[in-house]
Design a binder for this molecule. Structure first.
Ligand SMILES: CC(C)(COP(=O)(O)OP(=O)(O)OC[C@H]1O[C@@H](n2cnc3c(N)ncnc32)[C@H](O)[C@@H]1OP(=O)(O)O)[C@@H](O)C(=O)NCCC(=O)NCCS
Length: 145
């Protein structure tokens, strides 16, 4: 999971709690828990970050908390919901993300939700002594999925 998200840092429970506490005062991002509507099971998190009011854009990230939840459509559904919020509620024009080239599942989920590939950052991640590219994807408010 840390490799899929390119996370080099490690976190303590206290650090995570402090981070979550600080989120309520932020106006440059929105963080949501993804809950399964049937039974309330917590599946993961999804985030709009780096909200740029001048250019009406934001970044996007998502993570389901366990491989048990992968491949059932949850990621695509959550991505579509957050894009709807970004465009229809916040009035943003552009949402962008990066996904590592070794993560075709995520790339496919993003494509289904309306993102298109815009470019490639070569050797963006150094993991266990090996370089990996990051794919840049974007979605615009006026382009249908
Ligand atoms: C990325 C993530 C949010 C996607 O959510 P998900 O619920 O697993 O994805 P979905 O089921 O909605 O869609 C996955 C799609 O990828 C396809 N897929 C799965 N493995 C694939 C592979 N190896 N190659 C190509 N496509 C693949 C599935 O078939 C499905 O497409 P389809 O509906 O056309 O068949 C989730 O897997 C996750 O949190 N992964 C770990 C963290 C992560 O990678 N975060 C993103 C970092 S950029």
């Amino acid at each position: 999971m840390v490799r899929l998200t390119g996370t080099h840092a490690t976190f303590t429970r206290d650090a995570v709690s402090a981070w979550l506490e600080g989120l309520r005062d932020r106006d440059d991002r929105s963080d949501w828990a993804i809950l399964r509507s049937d039974d309330g099971t917590h599946l993961g998190e999804v985030v709009l970050n780096d909200v740029d009011d001048d250019n009406l854009s934001a970044g996007f990230r998502i993570m389901l908390g366990s491989p048990r939840w992968f491949g059932s459509g949850y990621g695509t559904e959550a991505t579509r919901a957050v894009l709807g919020h970004a465009f229809d509620t916040l009035g943003l024009h552009r949402v962008e993300l990066e996904v590592f080239a070794f993560n075709p599942r995520a790339q496919r989920a993003y494509e289904k939700a309306g993102f298109v590939v815009e470019g490639r950052r070569r050797d963006a991640l150094l993991w266990d002594g090996e370089w990996f590219d990051a794919i840049v994807m974007g979605c615009l408010s006026n382009v249908e999925a």
